[in-house]
Write a protein that binds this ligand. Structure first.
Ligand code: DX5
Ligand code: ZN
Length: 216
């Protein structure tokens, strides 16, 4: 997979015009579509579930990465893959048996990612880094779009790069939360491969242009 990827988050799309927004993203330089699933338990917000995921897959022509912000994700990963997820990410903090969940996702034919909240140290990934396809570093506390980027993320990108190198891992580094034109190029420079952007993309008049600019 090539690096410097942009994954617009559909959490900030217009749900009344979801098909229109997805078709716009199909025509844009967006690389992935980021789908945020929230359960009101792991995070203090509820977003959407399988029927919306199905609709997204019906219209999307791009790689779909599903970010599960839910407790007991092992109960639901298979269904998200059946509904068309190309990659499923689960939170380190939500998995009692992380290794088992990562294996389950891959056995069902999808790529597997592990997510760290801002306060979870990168070193917790030492014994799983060789097995995952992606590390998602949260740069805000998960639950809502439009929050302020946490600067400590740069330190965590450097630590994740070191961990990946020392374990011969092929994992991509994804950053999620508060990504915008002020920090996107710095994040890519620091070693990020995939940037999620919700508010930055959907709050402007030309999301397509913004996606292009975020890649520069
Ligand atoms: C936050 C979600 C993010 C969110 C990002 O819990 O995981 O994917 O949509 O939104 P922005 O880019 O607006 O911070
Ligand atoms: Zn997300």
């Amino acid at each position: 997979m090539k690096t410097k990827l942009i994954a617009p988050s559909l959490l900030s799309a217009d749900f009344g015009n979801l098909q229109r927004d997805i078709e716009m993203l199909n025509q844009s330089q967006a690389d992935w579509l980021h789908v945020d699933v929230m359960d009101g338990r792991f995070v203090p917000n509820i977003s959407f579930g399988f029927p919306v995921m199905k609709t997204i897959r019906q219209h999307a022509k791009k790689f779909i990465d599903v970010h599960l912000m839910i407790v007991e994700p092992e109960k639901y990963v298979e269904e998200f893959i059946n509904q068309g997820a190309d990659l499923v990410s689960v939170h380190y903090e939500a998995c009692t048996h992380l290794h088992r969940v990562i294996n389950l996702i891959q056995d069902k034919g999808a790529k597997a990612g592990v997510v760290l909240n801002p306060a979870t140290p990168v070193l917790m990934l030492e014994d799983i880094i060789a097995d995952v396809d992606l590390v998602l570093l949260m740069s805000v506390n998960p639950g809502f779009g439009g929050q302020k980027f946490i600067e400590n993320t740069y330190k965590k990108i450097a630590e994740t790069r070191d961990l990946i190198l020392s374990n011969n891992s092929t994992a991509l580094i994804q950053i999620d939360g508060g990504v915008n034109l002020d920090n996107a190029s710095k994040l890519f420079e620091a070693g990020a491969d995939v940037l999620v952007a919700g508010n930055a993309v959907f709050s402007v008049d030309s999301p397509e242009k913004m996606i292009e600019l975020l890649k520069i």
